[in-house]
Design a protein around this ligand. Structure first.
Ligand SMILES: Nc1ncnc2c1ncn2[C@@H]1O[C@H](COP(=O)(O)OP(=O)(O)OP(=O)(O)O)[C@@H](O)[C@H]1O
Ligand SMILES: [Mg+2]
Length: 241
């Protein structure tokens, strides 16, 4: 008998359901992600993008009540957020969580208090010279773009395999968005897989390989980023662009 070999997806989300108290928000989301891809997770305000990322990163709220999540065959759904982080899942939230009163370098070192460590600090400065120049500066006094760089750098300092970015371009000038895009393409070259949530859907789609559209807590579209760029009707219906 011939054996049919089915390649296991790198990151697999199977029918997840998540709640804030009684509020049923993530309503049966399923998708697969290939290793090294950049995936744009899009949808209108309130569609459930942030909630989905949080559930996948195993943050306590919203509570994941049903469904399965696998990274490279390892079950993520039974884990707590700190354990998922140990497996290489890093969520950079919208507010970036840069710690004020600490320098850039202290922010980076703080990501390395827990194992497994990722990049050495010097390697980070080689890739992000701007952060090297500002290593002794209070991190919150940096520009928005520099703080977003630091947020990504902190994930690299923690041996990230799967990077979740929630609205990384928010509040940034177009020229700074381009700088962040360059960094994200370098991150991709390192083989790291990224899911990016963005209001600036066009920018996210131009960067991404694949796209997912959420609508009222459910997947309304999954396909390539190019398909969404080419489909004006789809964009209009779900993204209002
Ligand atoms: N902590 C919370 N408690 C209760 N409901 C919440 C909470 N956070 C979000 N929600 C609700 O869950 C739904 C999805 O919100 P979510 O923040 O995931 O959407 P989003 O797609 O990220 O939207 P946006 O584009 O505005 O960031 C919304 O109806 C929102 O009001
Ligand atoms: Mg959000």
């Amino acid at each position: 008998m011939s054996e049919t070999s089915v390649k296991k997806p790198y990151f697999s989300v199977k029918d997840i359901h998540a709640y804030y108290g009684e509020s049923y928000i993530v309503q049966g989301v399923s998708f697969d992600v290939e290793e090294g891809d950049i995936v744009a997770l899009l949808g209108r305000n309130g569609a459930g993008k942030t909630s989905t990322l949080r559930a996948l990163a195993r943050v306590d709220s919203p509570a994941l009540k049903r469904g399965e999540i696998y990274l490279n065959g390892k079950a993520i759904h039974p884990l707590k957020a700190y354990q998922a982080a140990r497996e290489g899942i890093q969520l950079v939230p919208e507010d970036r969580r840069i710690i004020g009163g600490l320098t850039v370098e202290e922010n980076l070192l703080l990501s390395q208090v827990a194992e497994p460590k990722g990049w050495e600090i010097e390697r980070i400065y080689n890739h992000f010279p701007r952060l090297g120049e500002r290593r002794n500066q209070d991190a919150v006094t940096m520009s928005g773009g520099e703080q977003q760089m630091l947020a990504v750098a902190r994930a690299l300092a923690r041996d990230v395999k799967l990077l979740f970015l929630d609205e990384p371009y928010e509040g940034l000038a177009p020229v700074i968005v381009q700088e962040i895009e360059k960094i994200l393409l370098e991150v991709k070259k390192l083989g790291i897989t990224t899911i990016i949530v963005e209001q600036n859907a066009i920018a996210a789609l131009q960067l991404a390989d694949k796209a997912l559209i959420l609508d009222m807590g459910q997947i309304a579209f999954r396909g390539t980023a190019q398909q969404v760029l080419d489909d004006q009707e789809l964009r209009h219906e779900y993204l209002a662009i």
